[in-house]
Ligand binder design. Structure first.
Ligand SMILES: [Zn+2]
Length: 256
């Protein structure tokens, strides 16, 4: 029996002999707090991106460029998935990531059997969905399967961003009541979009994925980041912990 402890137990799983060389990512390895250990966690990372719009595209592009191990994008329209595949293919030529696409019947994760399969295979989920009903159902599933969810809500030039970590964070349903946004879900989705804003949101979500999976820096899991692209105002709301009265987020926290 090998008694030498492995500093990172996750590294024992899914060790990919074909992972790209660490030296290829010297830029990020020079960052303070970013070591080879963190890069190897990213090499072995497994992300599930829900949605096939611009935000999802930018998240995937960012993850490809940090050497993320496996990225799966699920969407309900074959034409959009094909378009994403064409756009992202050049970025994946040298990175060695496993980029896959899956057509599902409906958001958030297809028919009754698929959520379990899709969630079992990933470490983290990215919310690139447009409708609140879908977002809330995705939050429920991620709480049920104990998967962190990196969420973006809003549209147009106004977004809020939240990293939901089961056991630590409020679920999305509790989040809405905590920050007095329950009516928000009834507001018709703002029409129009600006690539600069969507790419900013996608890059922020990707950064959260890198922090949570790579164990880089600190991701609190109880902060809501609000950004207004038109006015330039940004706001951070803190203390959005699991709600002990909630059967989802509060129950998981109690079990920890
Ligand atoms: Zn809750």
């Amino acid at each position: 029996m090998n008694s030498k402890p492995n500093p990172d137990p996750d590294q024992n799983q899914n060790q990919d002999q074909n992972a790209p060389a660490v030296e290829r990512f010297t830029g990020q390895l020079k960052l303070s707090g970013f070591a080879e250990y963190n890069q190897r966690r990213l090499f072995n990372g497994r992300a599930l991106i829900c949605g096939a719009g611009t935000v999802a595209q930018v998240v995937a592009l960012n993850l490809l460029n940090v050497g993320f191990g496996s990225i799966k994008i699920v969407g309900t329209e074959l034409s959009k998935l094909n378009q994403l595949a064409r756009i992202l293919a050049p970025a994946n030529v040298d990175q060695g990531s496993k980029l896959t696409f899956e057509l599902i019947s409906e958001y958030p994760l297809g028919d009754a059997n698929r959520p379990e399969d899709l969630l079992r295979d990933c470490q983290i989920v990215v919310d690139g969905l447009a409708e609140w009903r879908e977002k809330l159902e995705l939050s429920d599933m991620c709480m049920q399967y104990r998967k962190p969810l990196v969420h973006a809500g809003g549209g147009g030039l106004r977004y809020q961003l939240f990293s939901m970590v089961p056991g630590r964070s409020a679920c999305l349903r509790c989040l809405l009541s905590m920050v007095d946004m329950e009516d928000f879900t009834h507001i018709r989705k703002e029409e129009g979009s600006l690539y600069a804003m969507d790419s900013l949101v996608g890059s922020y979500l990707a950064l959260e994925v890198v922090k949570l999976v790579g164990k880089v820096g600190a991701s609190q899991g109880n902060e809501l980041f609000k950004i207004d692209g038109l006015s330039g105002e940004m706001e951070v709301l803190r203390g959005l912990d699991a709600n002990e009265d909630c059967p989802d987020c509060g129950n998981i926290r109690a079990q920890k």
